[in-house]
Design a protein around this ligand. Sequence first.
Ligand code: DHB
Length: 394
Amino acid sequence: MTVIRTRVAIVGAGPAGLLLSHLLADAGIESVIVDSRTREQIETTIRAGILEQGTVDLLVASGASTRVLTDGNRHDGIELRFAGEGHRIDFPSLTGRSVWLYPQHEVLKDLVATRLAAGQDLRFGVRVDAVDDAASDRPRVIGVDADGQRVEIEAEFVVGADGSRSVVRQTLGGSAAGSFREYPFAWFGILCEAPPSSEELIYSNSDAGFALISQRSSTVQRMYFQCDPEADPDALSEAQIWDELQARVPGTTLHEGPIFQRDVLRFRSFVAGELRRGRVALIGDAAHTVPPTGAKGMNLAVADVVLLDIALRALLLSGDEGPIDAFAETAARRIWKAQHFSWWMTSMLHRTPDASDFDRRRQLGELRSIIDSDAGRTYLAEAYTGWPFETRLG
Ligand code: DHB
């Protein structure tokens, strides 16, 4: 059996776990990260592509990724399309902020490279089975490494950054404990080789259902359309996929091209019942899941990291427990704002299978209330570009 001793044991080498180790290292706090996946799996999983202003500022200022500025693209607005017309929401004039289109797996490549270059103890292929002694001040992570050897990590604090199927969450009142809702639709997502069909992202509410026209680069595009959660991603031909997408953005002719990746993304809103117990805390998807509309998932994970970094510095450098005691409540405020925003964008833009004529017209009235009002557009822009991060805790 391998026994590792460290200050902070981080389960999960996604954006939350890696960024936390990076910020802690800057304060001289050593950590060990384990993940059940391989480095290749982590770096190639396709996720969302929008980074909030604050996320970008933090990645750049902390030295975690500067590539976002050279390889990413700043977006100063989005288009909301409904009833056959497009309406631009201009972020800088409403909030002084923007967002960046830079895919999550690129953020991950940068973070993994930065951490490994700094000598981070980062172990792939380690399956975590349990967290023991979670109530003590020496919690232990128990797992099995890539060679089948038992591994034990003894730490002063354990962080569950292990995604929506978090094992660490099971030590905090059970893996399912929390608040959640399901949705009667999902997204059919594609990556294709084609030039962009629009300068900015289009979020379209149409009679045929929702579509999102996003981008990856000048030659690769990401697009989604609302589908049944049970849909089989391989059941449609490329021509059928283009027909579905095209029908949902009337007024725009999409640039079509070979589709080289397709997936069905199920929706769920979830917040864990406990975000921290004793010396164990949850961050990122382990703590909460949002539906993808509005791209809050990774940005919310980064906001958790900012708070936990403040709390762990206070706890581990000065023995001050005030900030960690305030962590869950403070994190929950932003989490529930983001839950609301993600639910709201989703419900305002999608067609619910059993929607009545009233429901449909009310939804269009809601969209019109947003675009016709400075306050409405400003709320959307503030939430989309991201509320400022907390700088203090407790
Ligand atoms: C993307 C995903 C989203 O959920 C979103 O709101 C915007 C963009 C994307 O993958 O590009």
